[in-house]
Design a protein. Sequence first.
Length: 525
Amino acid sequence: MEPLKLTIDGREVTTVKGKTVIEAAAEAGIDIPHYCYHPKLPIAGNCRMCLVEIEKMPRLQIACNTQVNEGMAVQTQSPKVLEARRAVMEFLLVNHPLDCPICDQAGECRLQDYYMAHDLKASRFEERKEHDYKREIFGPHVVFDGERCINCTRCVRFLQAVTRTEELTVVDRGDHSTIALFPDRVLDNPLSANVVDICPVGALTDRDFRFKVRVWYLKDTPSICPGCSTGCNITIGAYQNRIARFKPRVNEEVNSHWICDEGRYCFHRLTEVERLTSPLIRQEGGLVPTDWETALQAALSGLSAGAPLAGVISGRNTNEEAFLFARLMRRISSEAALEVFYQERPLTEVEKILKSPDRSPNFRGAREMGVISNGGFDSWLGQLIEGKFRGAYIVGEDLLSALPEGEKIKSALARLSFLVVQDSHLTATAELAHVVLPATNFAEKEGTYTNREGRVQKLNAALVPPEGALQDWEIFARMQREAGDRVSYSTPGQIFQTIANEVPRYGGLSYLRIGEQGAQPSDQT
């Protein structure tokens, strides 16, 4: 593309032809205030907050829809520009209610932020404010407070350009102009809650997060969505050691600015369960608590005597955990049949924008770590049901509840001479086990996932696991030591270093190189 130079606030900026002023400024680290502009939506140019002064142009221009030219001189902080912004802010606040004390957007609201930066004056408006819809339910995840809306139309354009479902539009004129659902429509497409993320004020809020916690109390942790193998980048917002929300984190190589609704709310079923805090071992009266040393020795002894041996690990387990699981199982029995849990589902056209057909975020990574057998998971499951195995080690999945063959699986597991289940809570599958090992969930882990495109991305622990539960990798490492393997690890990073040394595709990778945006191993030289 053809490069060109311009100056913004006296700084020389190099960009390419076709860029807009707001894009060129952003690339140079210069923030131009805006409401309606979004880098992934069609330009509307209706909020007028991004007005700038351009040399030789008699009027202020909107930076979001003005393309750069060679030698252009732009001022974003001139007196004329600042006065225009103050006037825009005053206009937007004319009918805006004083909802800040109860608004979920407080703390991350651009109306608040820009008022403090560009207005900060008492209201001159003495007339009655125009009222609008309050608490209107747009869909299962979104509620609308029309009085807060500034008509930026980001939500409307998202539904037109990204999902192409077009549930919302703008109706009426002037002070009565508002966002509304089309007749007989409901905002329930698979990406619907993204309109909450892109709303710059508190007009559209998340029904699941509404009134749950103030955003400034949240501890934000960058991580990866555990919903499927797309590997959407997310920020986990936690409060008092519980997940309050998922928000999409921008990664143009994976999910851009979006996340699907299924992934956004999947943390409820994965974390809001009664946790296991002690190992359990089967005695005559059923499963009873025991200590870790007894449980690990019993598990290792039972699995060693249980050949032919089967093992299955969840697709939510990390590469580091899958690597140690494969090493442990092959040490116990070189003929062990290992697989990653895998189940496909049909997708609609809108779901295909982000979703993967499978719900296993690290299916590819686990197989690359050595958790793989001939025929795949369906073949492995068929052999289990047919009674081909005597012992099994099931990690992180409730096979009885997750699969339609539940009754057949239950009969097969009951016939096993020894069953070990490792999970965060007592599932229906765990209730059949001879040994149950309490482990952590995805939000308590540090490690890596490899998405369906082969991109390696990092998880970071957002929560502290309950006392008594161990990280999955710690359980595998302790069992390896019990089995006589002298290799020891104290962090997931050390395990990943071994992976980088032993698995060719991961050679040269490190946590530092993966960073917050991930890395594609095939890009290596």
